[in-house]
Design a protein around this ligand. Structure first.
Ligand code: DAH
Length: 345
Protein backbone atom coordinates (compact mmCIF):
# COMPACT_ATOMS: atom_id res chain seq x y z
CA UNK A 1 0.00 0.00 0.00
CA UNK A 2 2.77 2.37 1.03
CA UNK A 3 4.75 1.36 -1.96
CA UNK A 4 1.97 2.07 -4.43
CA UNK A 5 1.23 5.43 -2.91
CA UNK A 6 4.89 6.32 -2.93
CA UNK A 7 5.14 5.33 -6.57
CA UNK A 8 2.22 7.55 -7.57
CA UNK A 9 3.43 10.48 -5.55
CA UNK A 10 6.99 10.21 -6.89
CA UNK A 11 5.81 9.90 -10.49
CA UNK A 12 3.66 13.00 -10.14
CA UNK A 13 6.42 15.07 -8.55
CA UNK A 14 8.98 14.05 -11.15
CA UNK A 15 6.55 14.84 -13.95
CA UNK A 16 5.77 18.27 -12.56
CA UNK A 17 9.38 19.12 -11.80
CA UNK A 18 10.56 22.18 -13.82
CA UNK A 19 14.20 22.59 -12.93
CA UNK A 20 17.35 20.50 -12.67
CA UNK A 21 18.00 21.63 -9.11
CA UNK A 22 14.48 20.59 -8.00
CA UNK A 23 15.07 17.29 -9.73
CA UNK A 24 18.30 16.82 -7.79
CA UNK A 25 16.34 17.28 -4.60
CA UNK A 26 13.74 14.70 -5.65
CA UNK A 27 16.58 12.28 -6.34
CA UNK A 28 17.82 12.75 -2.76
CA UNK A 29 14.32 12.42 -1.29
CA UNK A 30 13.62 9.08 -3.03
CA UNK A 31 16.92 7.44 -3.89
CA UNK A 32 19.32 9.15 -1.43
CA UNK A 33 21.04 7.34 1.42
CA UNK A 34 18.33 8.30 3.87
CA UNK A 35 15.68 8.47 1.14
CA UNK A 36 12.26 6.82 0.96
CA UNK A 37 13.44 3.66 -0.87
CA UNK A 38 16.19 2.93 1.64
CA UNK A 39 13.76 3.53 4.50
CA UNK A 40 11.38 1.01 2.97
CA UNK A 41 14.20 -1.50 2.56
CA UNK A 42 15.26 -1.05 6.16
CA UNK A 43 11.70 -1.65 7.36
CA UNK A 44 11.51 -4.97 5.46
CA UNK A 45 13.05 -6.80 8.36
CA UNK A 46 9.89 -6.28 10.39
CA UNK A 47 7.77 -8.20 7.89
CA UNK A 48 6.87 -11.87 7.69
CA UNK A 49 8.78 -14.12 5.36
CA UNK A 50 5.95 -14.21 2.82
CA UNK A 51 5.53 -10.40 2.91
CA UNK A 52 9.28 -9.89 2.67
CA UNK A 53 9.35 -11.63 -0.71
CA UNK A 54 6.68 -9.51 -2.40
CA UNK A 55 7.71 -6.29 -0.71
CA UNK A 56 11.36 -6.79 -1.67
CA UNK A 57 10.37 -7.36 -5.29
CA UNK A 58 8.05 -4.34 -5.35
CA UNK A 59 10.58 -2.04 -3.74
CA UNK A 60 13.24 -3.06 -6.27
CA UNK A 61 10.86 -2.47 -9.15
CA UNK A 62 9.94 0.92 -7.70
CA UNK A 63 13.61 1.77 -7.33
CA UNK A 64 14.28 0.87 -10.96
CA UNK A 65 11.29 2.73 -12.27
CA UNK A 66 12.13 5.90 -10.25
CA UNK A 67 15.77 5.72 -11.41
CA UNK A 68 14.53 5.59 -14.99
CA UNK A 69 11.98 8.37 -14.53
CA UNK A 70 14.56 10.64 -12.88
CA UNK A 71 17.16 10.09 -15.59
CA UNK A 72 14.62 10.62 -18.40
CA UNK A 73 13.45 13.80 -16.76
CA UNK A 74 17.05 14.95 -16.34
CA UNK A 75 17.64 14.52 -20.07
CA UNK A 76 14.51 16.43 -21.03
CA UNK A 77 15.19 19.29 -18.59
CA UNK A 78 18.81 19.60 -19.79
CA UNK A 79 17.63 19.80 -23.40
CA UNK A 80 15.04 22.40 -22.55
CA UNK A 81 17.58 24.50 -20.72
CA UNK A 82 20.01 24.51 -23.64
CA UNK A 83 17.17 25.38 -26.04
CA UNK A 84 16.30 28.34 -23.85
CA UNK A 85 19.85 29.70 -23.96
CA UNK A 86 20.42 29.07 -27.69
CA UNK A 87 21.41 32.18 -29.69
CA UNK A 88 18.97 33.21 -32.38
CA UNK A 89 21.31 34.62 -35.02
CA UNK A 90 18.40 36.14 -36.94
CA UNK A 91 17.56 38.58 -34.10
CA UNK A 92 18.66 42.21 -34.66
CA UNK A 93 21.90 43.12 -32.81
CA UNK A 94 22.07 45.36 -29.75
CA UNK A 95 22.38 49.05 -30.63
CA UNK A 96 25.23 50.90 -28.95
CA UNK A 97 24.93 54.71 -29.26
CA UNK A 98 27.71 56.13 -31.43
CA UNK A 99 29.23 59.55 -31.10
CA UNK A 100 29.66 61.86 -34.08
CA UNK A 101 32.35 64.38 -34.93
CA UNK A 102 31.27 67.94 -34.07
CA UNK A 103 30.12 69.94 -37.15
CA UNK A 104 32.79 72.60 -36.49
CA UNK A 105 35.51 69.93 -36.48
CA UNK A 106 34.11 68.42 -39.70
CA UNK A 107 34.14 71.84 -41.40
CA UNK A 108 37.69 72.57 -40.21
CA UNK A 109 39.01 69.38 -41.78
CA UNK A 110 37.03 69.92 -45.00
CA UNK A 111 38.26 73.51 -45.36
CA UNK A 112 41.87 72.54 -44.56
CA UNK A 113 41.74 69.79 -47.18
CA UNK A 114 40.36 72.15 -49.86
CA UNK A 115 43.19 74.64 -49.34
CA UNK A 116 45.89 72.02 -48.90
CA UNK A 117 45.00 70.72 -52.39
CA UNK A 118 46.22 74.01 -53.88
CA UNK A 119 49.39 74.23 -51.80
CA UNK A 120 48.27 76.22 -48.76
CA UNK A 121 49.69 75.14 -45.42
CA UNK A 122 47.59 75.00 -42.28
CA UNK A 123 48.88 77.13 -39.41
CA UNK A 124 47.67 77.92 -35.91
CA UNK A 125 48.47 81.22 -34.24
CA UNK A 126 47.84 82.33 -30.65
CA UNK A 127 44.28 82.65 -29.46
CA UNK A 128 45.54 84.99 -26.77
CA UNK A 129 47.89 87.46 -28.43
CA UNK A 130 49.37 90.93 -28.13
CA UNK A 131 47.44 93.96 -29.33
CA UNK A 132 50.31 94.55 -31.71
CA UNK A 133 49.60 91.45 -33.84
CA UNK A 134 45.83 91.79 -33.51
CA UNK A 135 45.76 95.50 -34.47
CA UNK A 136 48.87 97.68 -34.88
CA UNK A 137 50.66 95.34 -37.26
CA UNK A 138 47.44 95.27 -39.29
CA UNK A 139 47.54 99.01 -39.84
CA UNK A 140 45.10 99.73 -36.99
CA UNK A 141 46.74 102.19 -34.56
CA UNK A 142 45.27 102.40 -31.03
CA UNK A 143 43.32 105.57 -31.69
CA UNK A 144 41.80 104.45 -34.99
CA UNK A 145 38.01 104.24 -35.11
CA UNK A 146 38.14 100.99 -37.12
CA UNK A 147 39.31 99.26 -33.95
CA UNK A 148 35.82 99.76 -32.50
CA UNK A 149 34.53 97.20 -35.03
CA UNK A 150 36.50 94.55 -33.20
CA UNK A 151 35.07 94.63 -29.68
CA UNK A 152 37.91 93.12 -27.75
CA UNK A 153 38.46 91.43 -24.41
CA UNK A 154 41.68 92.51 -22.72
CA UNK A 155 43.61 90.41 -20.23
CA UNK A 156 44.84 91.86 -16.96
CA UNK A 157 48.37 90.55 -17.62
CA UNK A 158 51.27 93.03 -17.51
CA UNK A 159 51.66 95.17 -20.63
CA UNK A 160 54.55 94.34 -22.96
CA UNK A 161 56.63 97.43 -23.85
CA UNK A 162 56.88 96.54 -27.51
CA UNK A 163 53.64 94.61 -28.19
CA UNK A 164 51.18 96.18 -25.73
CA UNK A 165 48.40 94.47 -23.80
CA UNK A 166 47.19 90.93 -24.32
CA UNK A 167 43.81 90.27 -25.89
CA UNK A 168 41.53 87.37 -26.69
CA UNK A 169 41.97 87.61 -30.46
CA UNK A 170 38.81 89.07 -32.06
CA UNK A 171 39.86 87.68 -35.47
CA UNK A 172 42.40 85.27 -36.97
CA UNK A 173 44.10 88.14 -38.80
CA UNK A 174 46.72 88.25 -35.99
CA UNK A 175 48.29 85.28 -37.81
CA UNK A 176 49.09 87.32 -40.93
CA UNK A 177 52.13 89.26 -39.74
CA UNK A 178 53.23 86.35 -37.53
CA UNK A 179 53.30 84.15 -40.66
CA UNK A 180 55.25 86.75 -42.64
CA UNK A 181 57.85 86.96 -39.84
CA UNK A 182 58.04 83.17 -39.67
CA UNK A 183 58.48 82.58 -43.43
CA UNK A 184 60.72 85.65 -43.99
CA UNK A 185 60.94 85.15 -47.75
CA UNK A 186 57.70 84.70 -49.75
CA UNK A 187 55.98 82.78 -51.29
CA UNK A 188 53.44 82.46 -48.50
CA UNK A 189 50.31 80.39 -48.82
CA UNK A 190 48.75 80.02 -45.39
CA UNK A 191 45.42 78.95 -44.00
CA UNK A 192 45.11 79.87 -40.33
CA UNK A 193 42.14 78.35 -38.50
CA UNK A 194 41.42 79.36 -34.93
CA UNK A 195 39.09 80.57 -32.23
CA UNK A 196 38.03 84.21 -31.99
CA UNK A 197 36.27 86.17 -29.25
CA UNK A 198 33.80 89.05 -29.36
CA UNK A 199 31.26 89.76 -26.63
CA UNK A 200 28.02 89.08 -28.54
CA UNK A 201 25.26 86.50 -28.06
CA UNK A 202 22.38 86.33 -30.56
CA UNK A 203 21.21 84.04 -33.39
CA UNK A 204 24.23 84.95 -35.54
CA UNK A 205 26.91 85.57 -32.86
CA UNK A 206 28.49 83.63 -30.03
CA UNK A 207 31.23 85.13 -27.82
CA UNK A 208 33.60 82.41 -29.04
CA UNK A 209 33.57 81.43 -32.70
CA UNK A 210 35.97 80.21 -35.38
CA UNK A 211 37.51 81.86 -38.41
CA UNK A 212 39.69 80.66 -41.24
CA UNK A 213 42.13 83.16 -42.60
CA UNK A 214 43.86 82.84 -45.94
CA UNK A 215 47.04 84.69 -46.80
CA UNK A 216 48.93 84.60 -50.09
CA UNK A 217 52.07 86.69 -50.71
CA UNK A 218 54.40 86.45 -53.69
CA UNK A 219 55.71 88.51 -56.61
CA UNK A 220 53.03 89.75 -59.04
CA UNK A 221 50.03 88.61 -57.01
CA UNK A 222 46.84 90.31 -58.22
CA UNK A 223 43.11 90.42 -57.55
CA UNK A 224 42.75 87.79 -60.28
CA UNK A 225 44.55 85.28 -58.03
CA UNK A 226 42.30 86.26 -55.15
CA UNK A 227 39.13 85.83 -57.20
CA UNK A 228 40.35 82.56 -58.68
CA UNK A 229 41.13 81.13 -55.25
CA UNK A 230 37.81 82.23 -53.73
CA UNK A 231 35.95 80.86 -56.73
CA UNK A 232 37.76 77.52 -56.34
CA UNK A 233 36.99 77.42 -52.60
CA UNK A 234 33.26 78.15 -52.85
CA UNK A 235 32.79 75.63 -55.67
CA UNK A 236 34.57 72.94 -53.62
CA UNK A 237 32.82 73.71 -50.35
CA UNK A 238 29.30 74.83 -51.34
CA UNK A 239 28.93 73.07 -54.70
CA UNK A 240 30.06 73.46 -58.31
CA UNK A 241 27.15 75.75 -59.25
CA UNK A 242 28.11 78.40 -56.65
CA UNK A 243 29.20 81.83 -57.92
CA UNK A 244 30.96 84.68 -56.13
CA UNK A 245 30.89 88.46 -56.35
CA UNK A 246 33.10 91.07 -54.68
CA UNK A 247 31.58 94.22 -53.21
CA UNK A 248 33.78 97.22 -52.32
CA UNK A 249 34.29 97.55 -48.57
CA UNK A 250 36.78 98.90 -46.07
CA UNK A 251 39.33 97.12 -43.89
CA UNK A 252 42.44 98.77 -42.53
CA UNK A 253 44.64 95.83 -43.46
CA UNK A 254 43.65 95.54 -47.12
CA UNK A 255 43.56 97.98 -50.02
CA UNK A 256 41.38 97.61 -51.97
CA UNK A 257 39.01 95.72 -49.65
CA UNK A 258 35.92 93.72 -50.49
CA UNK A 259 33.11 91.75 -49.03
CA UNK A 260 32.59 88.43 -50.77
CA UNK A 261 29.08 87.20 -51.51
CA UNK A 262 28.10 83.78 -52.84
CA UNK A 263 24.95 82.78 -54.67
CA UNK A 264 22.40 81.59 -52.13
CA UNK A 265 22.55 77.85 -51.51
CA UNK A 266 18.75 77.62 -51.20
CA UNK A 267 17.58 79.51 -54.34
CA UNK A 268 20.83 79.16 -56.35
CA UNK A 269 21.01 82.93 -56.81
CA UNK A 270 17.52 83.33 -58.28
CA UNK A 271 16.00 84.86 -55.09
CA UNK A 272 12.92 82.71 -55.75
CA UNK A 273 11.88 79.38 -54.19
CA UNK A 274 8.67 77.71 -55.44
CA UNK A 275 7.38 80.99 -56.82
CA UNK A 276 8.01 82.85 -53.52
CA UNK A 277 10.81 85.22 -52.52
CA UNK A 278 13.69 83.16 -51.01
CA UNK A 279 13.44 83.49 -47.21
CA UNK A 280 17.14 82.81 -46.66
CA UNK A 281 18.72 85.50 -48.84
CA UNK A 282 15.91 87.71 -50.25
CA UNK A 283 18.32 88.90 -52.96
CA UNK A 284 19.96 85.76 -54.38
CA UNK A 285 23.25 86.48 -52.54
CA UNK A 286 24.66 85.59 -49.11
CA UNK A 287 27.57 87.40 -47.46
CA UNK A 288 30.60 85.20 -46.89
CA UNK A 289 33.13 87.60 -45.28
CA UNK A 290 35.94 90.09 -45.78
CA UNK A 291 38.89 90.06 -48.14
CA UNK A 292 41.26 92.31 -50.05
CA UNK A 293 44.76 93.02 -51.27
CA UNK A 294 47.24 93.17 -48.39
CA UNK A 295 47.99 96.77 -47.35
CA UNK A 296 51.65 97.78 -47.90
CA UNK A 297 51.93 98.72 -44.20
CA UNK A 298 50.99 95.16 -43.23
CA UNK A 299 53.67 93.75 -45.53
CA UNK A 300 56.15 96.18 -43.99
CA UNK A 301 55.20 95.04 -40.47
CA UNK A 302 55.99 91.52 -41.67
CA UNK A 303 59.39 92.73 -42.99
CA UNK A 304 58.33 92.16 -46.60
CA UNK A 305 59.09 94.80 -49.22
CA UNK A 306 55.80 95.99 -50.82
CA UNK A 307 57.75 97.20 -53.87
CA UNK A 308 58.71 93.60 -54.65
CA UNK A 309 55.84 91.60 -53.24
CA UNK A 310 52.07 91.82 -53.16
CA UNK A 311 49.44 89.65 -51.57
CA UNK A 312 45.86 89.09 -50.63
CA UNK A 313 44.01 87.87 -47.55
CA UNK A 314 40.57 86.87 -46.43
CA UNK A 315 38.88 85.99 -43.14
CA UNK A 316 35.64 83.98 -43.00
CA UNK A 317 33.64 82.49 -40.12
CA UNK A 318 33.50 78.71 -39.84
CA UNK A 319 30.12 78.68 -38.05
CA UNK A 320 28.86 81.04 -40.74
CA UNK A 321 29.90 78.92 -43.73
CA UNK A 322 28.27 75.82 -42.22
CA UNK A 323 25.08 77.81 -41.60
CA UNK A 324 25.11 79.00 -45.21
CA UNK A 325 25.77 75.52 -46.55
CA UNK A 326 22.98 73.79 -44.62
CA UNK A 327 20.52 76.67 -44.04
CA UNK A 328 20.97 76.71 -40.23
CA UNK A 329 19.39 79.81 -38.68
CA UNK A 330 20.80 79.88 -35.15
CA UNK A 331 24.56 79.74 -34.51
CA UNK A 332 23.93 78.85 -30.84
CA UNK A 333 22.90 75.34 -31.95
CA UNK A 334 26.59 74.45 -32.31
CA UNK A 335 27.22 75.02 -28.62
CA UNK A 336 23.92 73.83 -27.19
CA UNK A 337 25.10 70.26 -26.69
CA UNK A 338 21.76 69.16 -28.19
CA UNK A 339 22.47 65.75 -29.73
CA UNK A 340 19.41 65.97 -32.03
CA UNK A 341 21.19 68.85 -33.80
CA UNK A 342 24.76 67.58 -33.54
CA UNK A 343 23.92 64.12 -34.89
CA UNK A 344 22.59 65.60 -38.14
CA UNK A 345 26.17 65.96 -39.39
N1 DAH B 1 39.45 90.18 -39.83
C1 DAH B 1 38.21 90.53 -40.46
C2 DAH B 1 37.05 90.30 -39.48
O1 DAH B 1 37.19 89.55 -38.57
C3 DAH B 1 37.97 89.70 -41.68
C4 DAH B 1 38.96 89.96 -42.75
C5 DAH B 1 38.72 90.95 -43.67
C6 DAH B 1 40.13 89.24 -42.82
C7 DAH B 1 39.61 91.20 -44.71
C8 DAH B 1 41.05 89.51 -43.84
C9 DAH B 1 40.77 90.49 -44.77
O2 DAH B 1 42.17 88.82 -43.96
O3 DAH B 1 41.66 90.71 -45.76
O4 DAH B 1 36.02 90.86 -39.66
Amino acid sequence: MDILRLQKEAQKKIEECRSLSDLGQLHTVYLGKNGEINTLLQNIKNLSLEEKKTAGKQINELKQSLTLLLSDKKISLTEKQSNDTKIDVTLPGKQFPRGTVHPITIAISEISAIFEKIGFIRMSYPEVDYEYFAFEALNMPATHAARDDFETTFLSTPENKKFGRMVLTPHTSNGQVREMLRVKNPPIRMINIGKCYRPNWDPTHTPMFHQFEGLCVDKDITIAHLKGTLDYFVKEYFGADTKIRLRPHHFQFTEPSFEVDITCTACKGTAVVNGNKCKICKSGWLELGGTGMTHPNVLRAGKIDPNIYSGWAFGFGIERVIMMKYGIDDIRNYYSGDLRFLQLF
